[in-house]
Ligand binder design. Structure first.
Ligand SMILES: NC(=O)c1ccc[n+]([C@@H]2O[C@H](COP(=O)([O-])OP(=O)(O)OC[C@H]3O[C@@H](n4cnc5c(N)ncnc54)[C@H](OP(=O)(O)O)[C@@H]3O)[C@@H](O)[C@H]2O)c1
Length: 291
């Protein structure tokens, strides 16, 4: 079994990006910029935004966090996004989700310029992905594809089974790997809560991608011998032995599934770090292509 080390690959990607950013700065005196918009006091959102801004700083992207109180109005938020759509020093705009209930998330996402949509959530970006046009891919699925590619795992013609159909993971990874393109061209099955006996599908997977948000749901008897297993889940479970009182586990029963898999991602340290690396890559690409 080979561990798909997302932390290591993300560090390699960051080093590659830093070199390119330094080269650009030497030639043009300009750097990519990413603004993160944070609304309210959600502790998880604060942690995500701060790790994204730390990652920007590490590789020479100008990172800025704009924090607003939870009671900011939708129209005020729209005005702020509009101002960053026009701002020349910021090439990527990230609105940390979820937003407070009185703000329409779809409207906010649609207000971001498609040229700065480094999260890849804008309906135009999603549509372009589906029809195979060049676009920003959402960061988590882009990170999964990159991990498979960097470990030289064959995707073309393989049966990929995706558990979960969310707009941020399940649907985009299915569409990315389905494309008639290099590093894709898979046969894809997408499962969800109406699937019934999930193991009927999972046992057929050459590559199994679990993104359901259920702690250690995928057991060894659901997985084919030598399958490639990608665990996207991030679940907190009680752990009295840990000083925090909890630990983070994936959607896959790692201890047992890893005995059967040919390749498997750990949680943490698998898909998570790749997500941030892809955000940085998208921001650099926005800078190169559209500034
Ligand atoms: N590593 C990262 O960077 C990263 C990024 C994003 C998310 N995540 C993690 O990945 C997990 C999934 O996130 P998400 O945002 O995609 O989740 P989500 O929006 O909650 O969607 C979960 C999906 O799983 C399906 N599902 C839930 N229970 C199921 C079951 N028992 N059998 C079959 N399908 C089931 C749901 O089906 P229905 O559609 O029928 O309801 C839904 O499509 C979470 O643990 C999240 O924290 C990690």
């Amino acid at each position: 079994m080979v561990l798909l080390d997302g932390k290591k690959i993300a560090a390699e990607i960051k080093a590659e990006l830093k070199q390119k950013i330094d080269e650009q700065f030497a030639i043009t005196g300009r750097r990519p910029g990413l603004v993160a918009i944070l609304v309210g006091e959600n502790p998880a959102s604060k942690i995500y935004v701060s790790s994204k801004s730390k990652a920007c700083a590490e590789i020479g992207i100008t990172g800025k966090t704009e924090s607003f109180p939870a009671n900011i109005s939708e129209s005020e938020l729209l005005k702020i996004i509009e101002s960053y759509n026009l701002e020349k020093n910021f090439h990527g705009i990230l609105v940390q989700l979820p937003l407070p209930k009185h703000i329409n998330e779809e409207k906010i996402i649609e207000s971001i310029s498609v040229f700065k949509d480094v999260d890849g959530f804008h309906p135009s970006s999603v549509g372009n992905l589906v029809i195979g046009k060049e676009t920003f891919y959402p960061c988590t699925p882009a990170g999964i594809q990159e991990l498979l590619v960097r470990y030289k795992i064959e995707i073309a013609g393989k049966h990929v089974v995706v558990l979960g159909r969310s707009n941020i993971v399940g649907k985009p990874i299915a569409n990315i790997l389905l494309q008639k393109k290099e590093n894709a061209n898979a046969v894809v099955t997408v499962c969800h809560s109406a699937a019934g006996d999930l193991s009927y599908y999972t046992k057929q997977a050459d590559i199994l991608i679990a993104a359901i948000g259920r702690a250690e749901f995928v057991k060894a008897d659901m997985v084919r011998e030598n399958a490639v297993v990608i665990d996207v889940g991030i679940n907190r479970v009680d752990d009295p032995a840990s000083p925090k009182g909890y630990k983070v586990v994936g959607d896959v029963d790692f201890a047992n599934v890893s005995k059967k898999a040919s390749f498997i991602t750990p949680v943490p340290g698998g898909v998570g770090p790749m997500t941030i690396a892809m955000l940085l890559k998208n921001t650099f690409e926005a800078f190169i292509k559209y500034s």
